[in-house]
Design a protein around this ligand. Structure first.
Ligand code: TMP
Length: 210
């Protein structure tokens, strides 16, 4: 089973990822926990280029190609092998993020992105995608609090530095994808407390792992 977690900055993915792993492992499932960008040694180098605030002059096409390079390496060396081992794969962001951030928010051609994905994904789509949805002003204020208090690294703030309008496009993009694929997407209200978000996620997971 392949599960992905998506959401704007400050949506609480990290906490919910930890909760999901604990929930599934307590029920005897073996999990592979991973992320994009940065799920491989090469991907971690790509991640640092992508998220470094000093990369602010990055051309959108350069950005797209770096996410694709990270993904190609990640699928071949992490996701497919974990799938072969029969693990539940839990991935913090996946191809939807490219459709939304580079396509709908940056304005790159979505057909171009889909064509690249045809080459890179090897047909690998998630079974379930959780979208932690919340207004960008709430998410960004949470994200900056974590960064300023040192809970999150300040060396990865290129996207947090984007204007509010950019984050609004990202949120709208994710909601649009969730409407296009209602069977795969589970939209969770992430303004709620972490405990309530966790409960909603667990009730969906329970029905899938039965
Ligand atoms: P995160 O790991 O903290 O969620 O940060 C990753 C950042 O990269 C986040 O701002 C979203 C962005 N991103 C894209 O723009 N395109 C992508 O394809 C992915 C996977 C992430």
């Amino acid at each position: 089973m392949f599960i992905t977690l998506e959401g704007i900055e400050g949506s609480g993915k990290t906490t919910q990822m930890e909760n999901m792993v604990a929930f599934l492992e307590n029920r005897g499932h073996s999990c592979a926990v991973t992320r994009e960008p940065g799920g491989t040694p090469i991907g971690r180098k790509i991640r640092s280029i992508l998220l470094d605030p000093e990369s602010k002059g990055m051309d959108p096409l350069t950005e797209l190609m770096l996410y694709m390079a990270d993904r190609a390496q990640h699928i071949k060396t992490v996701v497919l092998p974990a799938m072969k081992d029969g693990k539940i794969i839990l991935c913090d962001r996946y191809f939807d993020a490219t459709l939304v951030y580079q396509g709908m928010a940056r304005g790159l051609d979505v057909d171009l992105i889909n064509n690249l994905h045809n080459m890179v994904l090897d047909g690998l789509k998630p079974d379930i995608t959780f979208l932690l949805d919340l207004p960008p002003e709430v998410g960004l204020s949470r994200a900056w609090k974590q960064i300023n208090s040192g809970d999150r690294t300040g060396s990865e703030t290129r996207f947090e530095n984007e204007k509010l309008a950019f984050h609004e496009k990202v949120r709208a993009g994710y909601l649009e994808l969730s409407r296009l694929e209602p069977d795969r997407y589970n939209v969770v209200d992430a303004v709620q407390s972490a405990e309530l978000v966790q409960r909603s996620i667990e009730s969906v997971l329970s029905s899938f792992i039965k």
